[in-house]
Design a protein around this ligand. Structure first.
Ligand code: 6V0
Length: 333
């Protein structure tokens, strides 16, 4: 006799909740850290995993399924074919070619564009109403590529951008100030990676602007020291890659945090890669994606904050935009 005999199987509610489906393209270190965090945070009813390597993909899916007894119930499916993503509310792209020793960034970018040509159009076709969240690097350019290839409105194509850089920044400052990183309000904007801009002018702890008092009381907060902290944020990614070969946990949490804001309509503000043309003096015809504080909800990007920047911060942002646009134009999309 099945143990469920005698249990009432009639649904208790007449209005069944619509199920939420998230797809993760690329079941590598980053994709799996994201999937794992989405699972533990109970952010989706179904997760579809896609990778080009069938054995690895199935192994990863089974390994996660075997944790079912300890997790909220989530259906896990996987396939090398993109049709498994059908009906997604959100699709996260982490698939990417790795840099080959001696390869130029532009060459790597061209290989990734070729990869995106295989991934994005079928993804858009199977889930025409989904939000696309791009994580693969170089994330800002690839978010632009995904926008062009999907034909989606710009509000539904987002790059994870400097959301991770900002959390590294907040961690370092929190260590410095001996407070909880969640109380440190600090943004890094612009390009994800080397030329990111630390927005010192808006730094606050629990709503209190702290930079001025820090500069008055600690000699270690001079201009050079601030650039040193920004540099440390950038270098911390390289340090992790140098030590363990890749980064995964922090990007997993940072993306799951974005997923929560989007799917749960949290309207939280995150520095993510959005169309930056027209902001901070970036010309309208520079169709570049750069991170700016954006309000995220169920419809995607609900708005972009036109934050107040110093002249130097603006100059840096425009310089990033110009370099990015010069690279992006070469793609001819
Ligand atoms: P990885 O472990 O090599 O995973 C990439 C996965 O993509 C592999 O499992 C591949 O088999 C798979 N893949 C390749 N081609 C396809 C395809 N056509 N369809 C489906 N899957 C495919 O790399 P890792 O997970 O470490 O990194 C993934 C990407 O994330 C890279 O581009 C990183 O640079 C980028 N990151 C971006 C970060 C950010 O803040 N935006 C942070 C960390 C890494």
């Amino acid at each position: 006799r099945p143990v469920t005999d005698g249990m009432d199987s009639t649904p208790t509610s007449h209005h069944r909740r619509r199920l939420t489906k998230v797809s993760v393209i690329g079941a590598g270190n980053v994709g799996m850290a994201i999937a794992q965090t989405i699972l533990t945070r109970d952010l989706a009813d179904e997760i579809a995993l896609v990778d080009a390597l069938p054995d690895k993909l199935r192994g990863e899916m089974l390994d996660l399924q075997h944790a079912a007894a300890f997790l909220p119930r989530t259906r896990l499916v996987s396939d090398t074919d993109m049709s498994v993503t059908r009906g997604s509310d959100l699709a996260i792209v982490t698939a990417g070619a790795r840099q080959i020793l001696g390869e130029t960034r532009l060459n790597l970018l061209q290989r990734n564009v070729a990869l995106f040509r295989k991934i994005v159009p079928p993804l858009a076709e199977h889930s025409p109403d989904a939000i696309l969240l791009i994580v693969s690097n170089p994330v800002d350019v690839l978010t632009y590529v995904a926008w062009k290839l999907s034909g989606f409105p710009v509000s539904r194509v987002i790059g994870s951008g400097t959301n991770l850089d900002s959390s590294r920044f907040r961690f370092l400052l929190a260590e410095h100030l001996d407070v909880n990183a969640q109380d440190v309000n600090a943004y890094m904007v612009g390009e994800h990676g080397d030329s990111s801009v630390a927005v010192w002018s808006t730094l606050s702890v629990a709503g209190m602007p702290v930079l001025k008092s820090l500069q008055e009381s600690h000699s270690s907060f001079g201009e050079e020291a601030l650039e040193g902290i920004r540099r440390a944020v950038v270098d911390s990614a390289y340090e992790v890659i140098g030590l363990k070969g890749y980064t995964s946990w922090a990007i997993g949490y940072s993306v799951a945090n974005l997923v929560s804001s989007l799917l749960r309509d949290q309207r939280r503000i995150h520095p993510v890669s959005v169309l930056a043309a027209g902001f901070h003096g970036i010309p309208d015809y520079h169709e570049v994606f750069l991170s700016l504080p954006a309000r995220l909800g169920r419809a995607g990007v609900l708005g972009v904050a036109d934050m107040e920047l110093t002249d130097e911060e603006t100059r840096r942002l425009r310089r990033s935009a110009k370099t990015l646009w010069e690279n992006t134009r070469l793609l001819g999309l």
